[in-house]
Structure formats: structure tokens, C-alpha cells
Design a protein around this ligand. Structure first.
Ligand code: GLU
Length: 452
């Protein structure tokens, strides 16, 4: 970062910090973008006069509510719920709902802010939002999840709708929960679907929405490798997580000829030095509890308790678990092991220290707002299908997803290349490219929309 960028970012962040005690998660997210875009803002009179970044950083509105419901024993349970409607400049508010005990408002504000930039990169008419609750669905019965979903939607329903705010899933909220939420919204609104994406197919969902984030990540990775004159064939790829994103990315890596050497959970890593078979990935998708830590010998998987995938010397790393899962020590392990490419399947999986270490080591790293945008992009296609009362085939959606990821990559790479400080063809700075490409699209909309 130049001295001028550092000074501008410091002034901007000091002001935000002074006004926002306890909101570090959100301030970190704003700072990560501010350091790339503030010099561009100051150099453009219209952007500077409109105070674009300051405006984008403040959510349009935050909706906070109590969710009260009864568990299976008849006891009253109370949770906190939120929807952060960050910006509808480019389209209806759009972003996932997260049900996780660690959910707080500053975390949702940081994710909503990121989502605005991610959605802008897709090129689709999508605003940005994020929401959720501090509810832990793990260990809850189907009936409890249903009662929670009904109570949650009773609070949220008045504030969402197909051209207003269209939530989707995120951690703890998958197709089943979206089916429940969608039905609940339909009965509140006396209207057919279209207010949520990621719904089951039979309730108006899109083919391939479930697979989209993982598949899109691998499509992005392939274009990224191609831009560096390389390919995915035979590459040793480590993924973290074994949720929706990681599993579908792992299947697509295999399908495209790469080797999946690791998947993981909080308990440890499943390691296959020569690459996992399809059967191993299917087994990992199903295995639960103690069973999962003791894979049958026929699968050729070692379980390494308490470990992370980053010390297994992958050439490519795809963090797909959760935010800040990959710290500075992990970054060091990747660098020492000869890793050359990182693409984020999760939202903000790198700590700021890890991101800096990878950057210093010259590792090509694509941020989640670019690399994992396939999920929200297919949500955009689901909205299009719902609005047109249409149902596309999986092949149609897959073709669109591939095109969207390629165009998105090229938009980001052009910015990342064009702004390279050395000015000569060295590796693309994907982080900077993504921040700038999204910022320019948003800034033009802010300026053309006037002072509102
Ligand atoms: N939660 C996903 C994301 O982080 C999907 C959002 C959506 O489809 O609206 O992008």
C-alpha cells in the first residue's frame, strides 16, 4: 500500500472506530476494502463529493428482532434475529441468512458490506444484504427447526419480497430450511414464492443452486489458472470444510481432473495423498459423529485428528469452511509447502495477517467476493426464473454459471492487472482487482442516484 493510501485509510477508519465501539468485525471488513479504493475515490471529484465509500459502509437499515419459540419439551426459547439491508443501489437487497450461535450484528454487518461488493461483481441486478440469528440448529429436531423457522419468518416477512429483499441460505440454512421459510413467507404475504432463493426445486428453486457456490469456485479457479498459463489437471488441491461448498467444489475438482488431497471439519482432516475417489467424497458427505473420524479402509482416507489441511503441501488451497479459519501460521505452512494459488470458497476465511503473509510471498489469492460468487449468481438466475414463471434445465444454468464466472474473473483480473504498481505483467492482484471493479460499478450508481 502506498503512503497516501495508508494515511487516507487510517483517517477514515479512526473516524469509524470512534463512532462504533465493539464493532471490530465490521470495521475490519470496511478497512480491507478502504485501503484499495480510497485513493481512487479521492482522485475522482464526483466520487469524492458523493463520499461513496462512507455511504456504502453504512447499511441502508438494520432490522433487529426477537424470535420466541417452543422447544420439544415445551420450554420457551428466545433468540436474536437480524437483517442488515446494506444497499439496494444495483437491485433488490440480496444475501444469505445464517443460523449459527456465533452470529452477532457486527459480523452480519461485515458480511452484508462484503456482499454488496460480491453481488456487484456478478454483473447481475443484485443489491446486498445479510441476516440470520444466534440460533444453533445442531442437535435440534426437525419439529424444532420448523417452529424456529416459522417464528423467524413471522418477524422478517414484512421486510422482504421479490423486488424488495430476497434472502437465501448461508451457514445453518440449507434447502430444507429455505423451503420452510419460503412457505412461511407465502402464507404471510398471500403471494407465491420468489422472496427467497435456494428453495427446493418443487417450491420454485433453481436447478444447480445447491451446487452453485462450489462449482462456481472451481470454474473461477480454472480461469485463474488459465490466466497464469497453467491448468487444473493433476494438481494437488486441499479444501477445508465438508459442508455444501467444500463437497461440491471437491466433486467438481475431481470432475475436472484435479486431485482432492484433503477435506476437513473442526475435528480434523481427511487426507488422501493421491487424491480422493468419488466414493470417499460421497461417504464424507454422509458420515456423522464418531463414525466420520474412522473411515473404512477401502476408501484410502487417513483421518488426522486436530489438524488443518494447510500443512499437507497442496499446490492449491481452497478454504471453504468459515471466516478467519486460516491464520498466519497456516499461511506460513502453505508458503513453506509450495502452495501457489488460493481461492476462497468461504466468506472472508483468511485473517488479515494471513492475507498479508500470502501477498508478501507472491501467492495468487482470489477473495471470496470473486471466487465464491457463483452461489449468489445462481440465486440471481433463480430470481429471473421466478419472475418469468420459468424453469430452466440444469445444463442451461450450468452454462450461464460458467459464463458468469469467466466474465467476473476477467473484470477482476483487468482491474488487478491494470493497477499493478510495477506496471509490468506480473501476477494479477485479485483482491485489489475485485475491490476496485465492484467499487467502480457501485460508485457510478451512487453518483447517478444523487444525494439520497
Ligand atoms: N450466502 C451466500 C453468499 O454468501 C449466498 C447468498 C445468496 O444467494 O443470496 O453469497
Amino acid at each position: 500500500m502506498t503512503d497516501r493510501a495508508t494515511a487516507l485509510t487510517q483517517t477514515f477508519i479512526d473516524d469509524l472506530q470512534g463512532r462504533s465501539p465493539g464493532e471490530e468485525a465490521w470495521i475490519d471488513a470496511v478497512e480491507a476494502i478502504a485501503r484499495d479504493v480510497l485513493t481512487v475515490e479521492k482522485a475522482n471529484a464526483a466520487f469524492a463529493a458523493a463520499r461513496v465509500l462512507e455511504r456504502l459502509a453504512e447499511p441502508d437499515r438494520v432490522i433487529a428482532f426477537r424470535v420466541t419459540w417452543r422447544d420439544d419439551a415445551g420450554r420457551v426459547q428466545i433468540n436474536r434475529g437480524w437483517r442488515v439491508q446494506q444497499s439496494n443501489l444495483l437491485g433488490p437487497y440480496k444475501g444469505g441468512l445464517r443460523w449459527h450461535p456465533g452470529t452477532t450484528l457486527p459480523v452480519l454487518k461485515s458480511l452484508a458490506f462484503e456482499q454488496v461488493f460480491k453481488n456487484a461483481l456478478t454483473g447481475l441486478p443484485l443489491g446486498g444484504a445479510k441476516g440470520g440469528a444466534d440460533f444453533d440448529p445442531r442437535g435440534r429436531s426437525p419439529a424444532e427447526i420448523e417452529r424456529f423457522a416459522m417464528a423467524f419468518m413471522a418477524q422478517l416477512a414484512p421486510d422482504i419480497g421479490p423486488d424488495r429483499d430476497v434472502p437465501a441460505g448461508d451457514m445453518g440454512v440449507g434447502a430444507r430450511e429455505l423451503g420452510l421459510l419460503s412457505r412461511a413467507w407465502m402464507s404471510h404475504a398471500r403471494s407465491w414464492g420468489g422472496a427467497l432463493t435456494g428453495k427446493p426445486l418443487c417450491l420454485g428453486g433453481s436447478p444447480l443452486r445447491v451446487e452453485a457456490t462450489g462449482y462456481g469456485l472451481v470454474y473461477f479457479l480454472c480461469v485463474m489458472l488459465e490466466a497464469a498459463g497453467e491448468g487444473i489437471e493433476g494438481r494437488r488441491i486441499a479444501l477445508s470444510g465438508r459442508g455444501n461448498v467444500a463437497l461440491h467444489a471437491a466433486r467438481k475438482v475431481r470432475g475436472m481432473g484435479g486431485k482432492v488431497i484433503a477435506l476437513s471439519s473442526r475435528a480434523g482432516v481427511w487426507h488422501a495423498p493421491d487424491g480422493m475417489w468419488g466414493d470417499s467424497i460421497d461417504w464424507l458427505a454422509e458420515a456423522t459423529g464418531e463414525d466420520a473420524t474412522d473411515p473404512p479402509g477401502r476408501l484410502g482416507l487417513d483421518f488426522l485428528a486436530g489438524q488443518k489441511p494447510w500443512s499437507l503441501e497442496p499446490g492449491i488451497a481452497l478454504p471453504c469452511a468459515t471466516q478467519h479459519e486460516l491464520d498466519e501460521d497456516d499461511a506460513r505452512a502453505l508458503i513453506d509447502g509450495g502452495c501457489r494459488f488460493v481461492a476462497e470458497g468461504a466468506n472472508m476465511p483468511l485473517t488479515p495477517g494471513a492475507a498479508r503473509a500470502l501477498e508478501r510471498a507472491g501467492i495468487v489469492a482470489a477473495p471470496g467476493k470473486a471466487a465464491n460468487a457463483g452461489g449468489v449468481a445462481v440465486s440471481g438466475l433463480e430470481m429471473r426464473q421466478n419472475a418469468g414463471f420459468a424453469r430452466w434445465t440444469a445444463a442451461h444454468v450450468d452454462t450461464d454459471l460458467r459464463h458468469i464466472m469467466r466474465r467476473l474473473h476477467d473484470r477482476v483480473a483487468n482491474e488487478g492487472r491494470a493497477t499493478d504498481s510495477a506496471g509490468k505483467g506480473c501476477a494479477v492482484d485479485y483482491r485489489r482487482g475485485a475491490n476496485l471493479a465492484a467499487y467502480r460499478r457501485l460508485a457510478r450508481a451512487v453518483v447517478d442516484g444523487g444525494a439520497l
